[in-house]
Design a protein around this ligand. Structure first.
Ligand SMILES: Nc1ncnc2c1ncn2[C@@H]1O[C@H](COP(=O)(O)OP(=O)(O)O)[C@@H](O)[C@H]1O
Ligand SMILES: [Mg+2]
Length: 127
């Protein structure tokens, strides 16, 4: 599995555009791609035609540990997505007291090794 992170503090620099296009491109090359939307504005989620505001299982719940990775994944054509939602906007403050919060997504509770192996390419993106 390979993880690609598209991160830049600045808005409007093409993170979402790159994530969706690199993801689709790798997918065309027959790579299994899991897109993870870490933007509270959920543009990546919306751009795949998914109404983020209607979802209960998103990357926010995944970070909280109330749902499993499997429960959050949505399939769109041959792309897989962990959607985001506006709830994520308060996460930085909410998790500020959690030790090791930088590694929440990596912890086995959130993403098991078995699930990781299922993906040849993962794209993590964040704002
Ligand atoms: N390579 C590019 N050339 C021209 N416009 C681009 C390019 N990449 C992105 N854009 C446009 O720039 C704007 C911001 O891109 P976006 O991916 O939403 O940025 P971010 O996710 O960093 O906020 C969008 O309107 C997008 O269509
Ligand atoms: Mg964006």
């Amino acid at each position: 599995m390979q993880i690609i992170a598209l991160i830049n503090q600045k808005g409007g620099v093409g993170k979402t555009t790159c994530a969706i296009n690199i993801g689709a491109g790798l997918n065309k090359l027959r790579k299994r791609v899991l897109l993870i939307d870490l933007d509270p504005q959920a543009h990546l989620t919306y751009s795949l035609g998914i109404p983020a505001h209607e979802l209960n299982n998103t990357v926010y719940e995944l970070l909280k540990g109330t749902v499993t990775l499997k429960e959050t994944i949505i399939k769109r054509n041959s792309l897989f997505l962990v959607p985001s939602s506006l709830n994520l906007s308060g996460a930085e403050i909410e998790f500020s007291g959690v030790a090791g919060r930088e590694f929440l997504l990596r912890s086995d509770r959130r993403i098991s090794t078995r699930t990781k192996r299922g993906y040849k390419r993962n794209i993590f993106r964040a704002d």
